[in-house]
Structure formats: structure tokens, C-alpha cells
Design a protein around this ligand. Sequence first.
Ligand code: GLP
Length: 249
Amino acid sequence: MLVIVKETYDDMSKEAAKVVADRLRKKPNLVLGLATGSTPLGLYKELIRMHKEEGLDFSKVTTFNLDEYIGLPPSHDQSYHCFMHENLFKHINIDARFVHVPHGMADDIDAFCVWYEEEMKKAGGIDLQILGIGANGHIAFNEPGSSLGSRTRIKTLTKKTIDDNARFFAKKEEVPRFAITMGIGTIMDAKEVILLASKASKAEAVKAAVEGPITAMVPASMLQMHRKAIVIVDKDAGSKLGAEFENYG
Ligand code: GLP
């Protein structure tokens, strides 16, 4: 695990964009795993800038998003479909045929999850997966207690996640209670992962993920077992990391 602590959110985002751009230049048909949430917004902004100003080319890229709320149509402004379109896809030259976001309105969710895993396999597997982290240590919607070997499936959201995500909805009651999410096993299959975290509210989760024991109660801690994981955090999110990590970055 490579841990990089940057001074600001902008620095964190630019560092992550540098890694993504490097992998994309080396492999134009990169298979990219994408995350939602407020944390990767700066990364997406920087990738858009690189596309517009430096010609960073996404035309051959395939993407798979980590998760989606169950019950929200793609047109809903809080769906992850909508989020990805507004914050990344519509600004770059990505081919819509190569974009995959879980379908929260699928008639048969279990069959959809099997299909999603198959599509990832057919694409050759995810080369680089972007991840955020929940304040309770979740990755994608793998809440504490999720099986460390889990695959794409339905998960019930915890009260903490519902409370944290309520800020995006008019009323807390509108936050969906269930989601489709890649499993921890699915995420671990990515050839490389980047975990991003910003703000003091994530400091405990980052510490537990990086320095704590590997436990299903902190799903992100499983990344300690990943062969190529980069953790990029801003100073506030990295503020609880032990003194022995002072040289990071
Ligand atoms: C949601 C998403 C996660 C994301 C987390 C943190 O629960 N499913 O993928 O990492 O929120 O979001 P934020 O970056 O807004 O703190």
C-alpha cells in the first residue's frame, strides 16, 4: 500500500489525476472503475481539464461504476447514472457503449448482478479502480460486516450511510435503503486501486483502513491485501495516521 498525504483537496485530486492519465496514456483502452460521492469530483474536474487542454483521450476507455441506488431511475438527479453523466461523461470523449453503471431499476437485480460481473470479465477485468471511503469505512456500498470475498449484489445501507447521504436529497426519507454494489472481492480483482479521502470526517476511517487490523467491520482495510493499492488523502483525512507515516508523500 502506497500512502500519499497531500496538503489540500486540490493537490490530492491532481495527484490522482496524474496516475489515471499515466495509466490511460500507457493503455488507451484502459478499463476504469469509477466512484461517485463528493470526494472524486476534483479528480473528475482535473481529468476533464486534461481532456480539453491536453487532449487526454477517453475514446477507447471502458468504465464500470461501483454502485447505484436501487429504485432510482437513471434520470433521477441523485442517481449515480446522472452523477457520472453530469460530472464526467458529458465533458469527455467517452463512447457511451463502453460505459457501465449498475441499473437500480432492473427487474431482476440478482440476474443483473451476475451480468455485470460477466461484463467486467469480458472487458478483461478492471485495470484501475477509483474508490472513496465512507466515514464508517465502507467502500462502494460494502457496509461494515460485508463479506471480504463478496461479489456484485444488493446491500442494505446502514443508518450512518443514509444519514451521511441525506444531504443530497430533499428529505432523509427519500434516501434509498438498498443499493447494488460491486463486492469487496470484485474490487480486489482490479489490477490497481486508488483510494481517495478528504476532510477530517474521514480521518478515523482512513486510519482504520491503513493501520488497523483487516476486518469486515472496516471494509476498506481489505485493501491492505491488495497488490497495488495507492491511498491518496489530504492533510485532514490523513491527520490520524501514525507518526511512522510522517514521510509519506
Ligand atoms: C457513498 C458511495 C461511496 C463513497 C461514499 C463517500 O456511500 N457509495 O462510493 O465513497 O459515499 O462519499 P463522499 O465522497 O461524498 O464522502
